[in-house]
Each structure stands twice: as structure tokens, then as C-alpha cells.
Design a protein. Sequence first.
Length: 140
Amino acid sequence: MELWDLVFSGDTSSGARLSVFVERADGSVDLSDCAVLSKKLSVILDVEDPISGAFHLEVSSPGLGRTLRTNEHFERFIGSRIKIRLSIPIDGRRNVVGVLESVCGENITIITEDGSSITFQQQQIRRANLVVDISFSGKR
């Protein structure tokens, strides 16, 4: 099992949540994987007590529209459609959707839906997610 992401949200006085996103090396994960890992993590967190106060533990897959944070995340999904929210607009755009073309160090290049190429540094990204394209065909 590999850690994809770890997110702590809220505060312990009003219902904090520790979200752990995992998957196997082949990209899969199922409910029993999450349940087993949740039990193991609960024991460790109870003993080590790294978070003062109450919180809810959530273990799940990164999902289809997963968040991309690291160079490894971006490199794995070269050729995929992604949506990026920038911290500061570039050329008047804060939201950019397109195909991830390349990752070179901290530089990420995407080809936008209008065919233009935009390169920016990873530190300029506020949030990046895969774009899920679901189309249904057939008769109802």
C-alpha cells in the first residue's frame, strides 16, 4: 500500500478530520484495504497520540478526480486532462484546464483546450486535479 496524500482539516475543538489517501502500486484499492489500514492506523494514532484533541480518521482511495501534489503525481499522469487552480492568475487566468504535456523539475506544461501551451512552476499551483470524463452511450 502506498500513501498518495494526507490531509488534516478542521480543528480538534469542532470535529477535525485526518484523511489518508492510499492505493496499491498498480493504482487499485478496495474497501477491505481501507478498512484494514484504518484499524492499524487507529491503533498507532491512539498509542502515539500525535494529534491533541478529537478527530475522525478517514482512509480512502485518491479517487478518479484525485489531487495532484508532487512531481511524481504529475509525471504519472502526463497525457491526462487536468484542472489547475493557480494562486495568482497567469495571462488573466486563474483556472486552467488542459492536457498535462510535461514535467521538468518544478516546471509543469499543459496544452489548454484552445491549443495554447502554458508553463508554470509547481509553487504557483493552489490545487490540481485530474479531470474525470464520463460519457454514457447506449439506449435507455
